[in-house]
Unconditional design. Structure first.
Lengths: 209, 428
């Protein structure tokens, strides 16, 4: 990646400003304050506890998703892993009847928006795994099972249709610290010449608490 | 609604993180020692950062978040100092809260107007007084006084809600519930603290901070036109806010744990548990951006940073000069390693050297802050806390800015071709 010189300089300057003060600012000595009943007390016993302090370690990645169930629209599908297509879009599942998880993004249940794609239909077989996705409404339930057998539950917040030329990339893929789920399929007008739908249907869901 | 009237000539104070270090500047008013907002002799009371009159909605949001988050923690410090019967700490916390209220009022003036800011200041000051009254009632074991203070705080919340509704032309409607929740957290943490239930006290303290920090966006939105307010919901802005909240919280929780080292083991362990909870949240957040492997690496580097800081405060509390020196030397190395890691994950958008310096400055705030606390120089300890908190949020902004530049080009582009038959179209 080529780093923009202006950006780098700006970042460096900002950090230098932020760093600068304490490098040079020695605090003057002050007269001691009067001791009080619950003032700092070296003998209170916290020191031994502090000596035993260990910061959080042993980070364990959230298990990968292996299955999705959406009772409202009769979806129960295993999940395949998806990467990026050469043109920069997310790969789509090869089998029409199986959904896929974008494996370069967050895993369901961890901070960030996990993305699961599925076809709405195929020319050969008609309706596919996400054929009824657009029927989902606020409050509908989604379950994602993970490789360790755990299940994370989501609740639909909204379902939207977007022209593919104005796909809301940030709303779907941009990092966030809030766990969420995005389900993507096709919708809108079908362009027979092009052989594709003009729009995408996107379901926005949040972890059910 | 925001108005520029009367704002010409407003004194703009920016980059307080830089100005904060001017420790050699004499007292500006020439006031006697310890009378200037509780600041000790020889140390200038550094104004809290206030945005410019033409601040963007994002800048307003960041400032509201910073000042409201800090308010929550100062209120915790004040209320606990009352039941801990530490008058010097109470005096310093009162002065710090007064300063925070002044900064918030200036910000409200910029965001709204003078008339609204006067009313805001009255309401905010009254809430602080009622929180203090509640703490005094808890300390005295006076159930009737507690009840009375609670009633007053409820009235404060309603009055605040009316103020927000008027100031924002009705575009911020949930202010009373936000303030009631804020008051509930503050009173609950104090009840737990007074009862020796430190696990609850420190857990709720963290909730109080997060709740009020995140309330900042509503005040910013209410001061601008709806179209401008909508920009604050954009994912990059949400990411900045979330990371700033966690990194500011890191700073404050470390301070809490440092000070708890001087208390008993139960209080330290409760404070330390929240430090670890924050580190967990930061690690998971990093995982969302850089993936699980890099997140694990971040956690290791971060753990060294946190443990290094705690080793220093342990040495201070144990009056172990050799251990203090060793801890400081270790911190220097840790800052370099952490900077190297962070610079790598943002693909050198932030160079290692200034990042190292910024992390070292963060360490210095915490080192000097615990030194001041141990010496019972509470005004200085709270000053370092505020300056360090502001500096940490500045680092957070720079770091997230670099993350955003790195992340954006890596996102998938365009819609997905997830249909091929026209069946879905025909069924309609």
């Amino acid at each position: 990646m080529i780093v923009g010189r202006r950006q780098l300089a700006a970042g460096a300057t900002a950090l230098a400003l932020l760093a600068g003060c304490s490098q040079t600012g020695a605090w003057r000595a002050e007269p001691p304050a009067t001791a009080t009943s619950r003032a700092p007390d070296q003998a209170a016993g916290g020191v031994d506890a502090a000596r035993g302090f260990r910061s959080a370690r042993g980070y364990r990645a959230t298990p990968v998703p292996v299955r999705i169930d959406i009772p409202k629209i009769g979806v129960s599908s295993s999940l395949i892993r998806l990467g990026r297509a050469p043109e920069g879009t997310v790969e789509v599942p090869k089998p029409w009847e199986v959904a896929g998880w974008y494996a370069l993004g967050p895993r369901p249940g961890e901070p960030g928006s996990a993305v699961i794609l599925g076809h709405v239909d195929s020319k050969e077989d008609g309706p596919a795994v996400f054929f009824r996705l657009r029927e989902l409404r606020r409050g509908d339930q989604i379950r994602v099972r993970r490789a360790d057998g755990s299940t994370v539950r989501f609740v639909v917040q909204r379902t939207e249709q977007y022209d593919k030329q104005r796909f809301p990339t940030d709303d779907v893929y941009y990092p966030t610290l809030t766990p969420g789920l995005r389900l993507v399929t096709c919708g809108g007008e079908f362009d027979a010449t092009w052989g594709h739908y003009r729009s995408n249907i996107i379901v926005f869901a949040a972890v059910r608490t | 609604m925001r108005s520029r009237t009367g704002l010409v000539g407003l004194v703009i104070v920016v980059l307080a993180a830089v100005a904060a270090c001017d420790s050699n500047t004499p007292s500006r008013s020439g006031a006697p020692a310890s009378t200037q907002a509780g600041h000790p002799a020889g140390h200038t009371a550094t104004p809290t950062t206030v945005v410019a009159a033409d601040a963007s909605p994002k800048e307003l949001r960041a400032q509201f978040e910073q000042l409201l988050g800090h308010h929550a923690l100062l209120a915790v410090r004040l209320m606990r100092s009352v039941v801990a019967r530490t008058p010097e700490l109470r005096q310093a916390a009162e002065a710090a809260l007064k300063e925070n209220t002044g900064a918030l009022t200036q910000l409200v003036t910029v965001a709204y107007d003078d008339a609204h800011s006067d009313r805001f200041e009255q309401l905010w000051q009254r809430t602080v007084l009622d929180l203090t009254a509640y703490a005094e009632a808890v300390d005295a074991g006076d159930a009737a006084a507690k009840q009375s203070a609670r009633a007053d705080l409820g009235a404060d919340a309603d009055a605040y809600g009316s103020w927000v509704a008027a100031a924002s032309d009705g575009r911020v409607g949930d202010a009373p519930s936000v303030m009631r929740t804020h008051v509930e957290y503050l009173t609950r943490q104090l009840d737990a603290y007074a009862a020796g239930d430190y696990a609850t006290a420190y857990r709720v303290e963290r909730q109080a901070y997060e709740q009020l920090f995140t309330a900042g966006v509503a005040l910013a939105k209410g001061s601008v036109a709806p179209k401008a307010a909508a920009t604050l919901d954009a994912p990059p802005e949400q990411l900045r806010s979330a990371f700033a909240m966690l990194l500011g919280e890191h700073m404050e929780l470390i301070i809490g744990a440092q000070r708890a080292t001087f208390a008993g083991a139960p209080e330290f362990e409760a404070a330390a548990a929240q430090v670890n909870a924050n580190s967990d949240a930061l690690t998971k957040g990093m995982g969302a951006i850089v993936g699980p492997q890099k997140a694990a690496e971040f956690q290791s580097a971060w753990a060294e940073h946190v443990e290094g800081l705690m080793a220093y405060s342990t040495a201070v509390a144990g009056s172990d000069e050799a251990a203090k020196a060793a801890a400081q030397e270790n911190l220097s190395g840790v800052a370099g390693r952490l900077a190297l890691y962070l610079s790598d994950i943002v693909r050198n958008e932030l160079p290692v050297e200034p990042l190292t310096q910024a992390l070292a400055a963060h360490d210095t705030h915490l080192v000097q802050g615990v030194d001041a606390y141990a010496a019972k120089r509470y005004s200085q300890a709270l000053q370092m806390e505020r300056d360090g908190y502001q500096q940490m949020l500045g680092v957070a902004g720079a770091l997230v800015g670099a993350i955003q530049k790195t992340v954006k080009p890596q996102l998938p582009v365009g819609g997905s071709q997830t249909g091929g038959g026209g069946t879905a179209h025909r069924r309609r």
